[in-house]
Design a protein around this ligand. Structure first.
Ligand code: SF4
Length: 471
């Protein structure tokens, strides 16, 4: 079993609801997680607080599969619930590592759901083990939970404020106690987190606004970098942790690829950012062609922007099989080679004899794009011009994305011309860093651009040996 192609994957999506009136909180979380499914497909979990208990269920697979067979209806009614969808970057893909992490500690029963990746997990874990702590899982989220608990003196907010300055890396947290829902965003605001409210007064916390829409909540505001939002029977209040960065560093890739295009992150519509990327590509990287198309689905919005700006018609060049997921089974190498053909197919009648511009969000290894170029040429395309809505990815990401090594990246050792040759395309052009920043104009945050320019909010320790191997 393995992956189909070289897409990048987000680590997780988180969701929480505070609803002492309506009480069918597990259902609300279920629909919220459904809307966040694109952020993680390996496992899903829901935890519900009721009376002085927390009950939870976690499983491997998609939200619909995990809670099939009446599992959802086994949850009790409750006041608060949180949920999580996971794609693993640290910790193996197994049930033990699924979230929320639930424990009973100094502040009673607590559940934690985490999106992001700590870069100092080993050091924090070793410190705790030397103090006789016992860990059940291999995930950094458990380290977060253990630190918050051990520093809490019985008060969860105190624990969060003391523990967070020790964490390095990205974390958007949704935490639930028996009577509180708490949202926490790291001091750089690397991963998104927002708050909404339903007409009946339920508070919702979610990784993206598309999940607020899914449960009928109105957007209230984004959680600010370094902010701790506490929701309980006295309403919603906010505190800040020590060490909030002067300049935030939201992951710009959320706009390029990870987030759903109907979400608005930190004041900027993802759809608008992607459309503008297409317009800028048309302006700065023109090509003589008969049609422009996107690699479905993430390239489609930008392809429409390119078409509008250039006057070249938008025509679908590729059809996607929507029923192929991450659990697709590829028993041997030969079948793995064919896996893209199962996932995608060229629309021969649209591309035969045509000069095609194909738009995608990014190129990681290049294996998928190489196959797409071949697929289009085999279907009769006379030319294939690739336009990419982001700069060349030259560096790994250690902040919650599965680009872990330089050797995974075609852009770490090839320039635009060499990438074009390697992919067998007629031309390949990328947005520049400045152009990418223009696509996000109007957002309330500054951006991490680490995978493009090597400048991260936290140093990229331990990756240099891998880079040296390439040189
Ligand atoms: S390095 Fe790239 S993918 Fe990682 S957080 Fe920064 S912008 Fe996002």
């Amino acid at each position: 079993m393995g992956e189909i192609c070289d897409e990048i994957h987000e680590e997780c999506g988180v969701f929480g609801v505070y609803s002492p009136e309506n009480r069918s909180v597990a259902n609300t979380v279920y629909y919220g997680l459904y809307a966040l499914q694109h952020r993680g497909q390996e496992s899903a979990g829901i935890a519900v607080a009721y009376a002085d208990k927390i009950t939870y269920y976690k499983g491997m697979g998609l939200v619909a599969d995990v809670f099939a067979g009446g599992k959802l209806f086994e949850f009790p009614e409750g006041d608060i619930a949180i949920g999580h969808v996971r794609y693993s970057t640290t910790g193996a893909s197994q049930l033990l590592n699924a979230q929320p992490v639930v424990f009973a500690g100094k502040c009673g029963k607590v559940a934690v759901a985490h999106n992001g990746n700590l870069t100092n997990t080993k050091q924090l874990r070793d410190e705790m083990i030397s103090k006789n702590a016992v860990f059940q899982t291999s995930i950094d989220s458990e380290v977060i939970a253990v630190y918050i608990n051990s520093l809490s003196d019985g008060d969860i907010v105190t624990g969060i404020k003391r523990a967070c300055p020790m964490f390095k890396g990205s974390y958007a947290l949704v935490i639930m106690t028996e009577n509180k829902l708490i949202a926490v965003r790291d001091p750089y605001g690397i991963r998104p987190l927002c708050i909404g409210e339903t007409l009946s007064g339920d508070y919702i916390v979610a990784s993206e606004t598309c999940a607020l829409d899914a449960v009928g909540a109105n957007f209230l505001r984004d959680v600010k970098p370094g902010e701790i939002v506490i929701i309980d029977d006295s309403g919603l209040r906010s505190e800040f942790m020590d060490g909030v960065a002067e300049k935030s560093a939201m992951c710009i890739f959320e706009y390029v690829y990870f987030a759903r295009h109907d979400s608005v992150l930190d004041g900027k519509s993802v759809y608008e950012a992607r459309k503008e990327a297409g317009r800028l590509l048309a302006r700065h990287c023109p090509a003589d062609a008969d049609l422009v198309s996107g690699v479905p689905d993430s390239g489609n919005v930008a392809a429409r922007g390119y078409a509008e700006e250039s006057g070249i018609p938008f025509v679908e060049a590729l059809a996607k099989n929507r029923y192929v997921g991450r659990t697709f089974i590829q028993p041997d190498q030969r079948q793995r080679e064919n896996s893209l053909n199962v996932k995608m197919n060229a629309l021969r009648s649209n591309v035969n004899g045509k000069r095609v511009i194909i738009i995608d969000d990014s190129i990681v290894r290049g294996t998928t794009m190489r196959k797409i170029v071949k697929m289009l040429k085999d279907a009769g395309a006379s030319e294939v011009h690739i336009r990419i809505c982001s700069p060349i990815i030259k560096h790994p990401c250690h902040l919650g994305i599965d680009i872990q090594t330089y050797s995974q990246l075609i852009g770490a050792y090839k320039n635009e011309k060499q990438i074009c040759e390697s992919l067998g395309a007629d031309s390949v052009r990328y947005l520049t860093v400045n152009q990418l920043l223009k696509t996000c104009k109007g957002a309330d945050v500054d951006f991490c651009l680490g995978c493009f320019n090597g400048e991260y909010p936290y140093p990229l320790d331990g990756y240099e040996a891998d880079k040296l191997k390439l040189e």
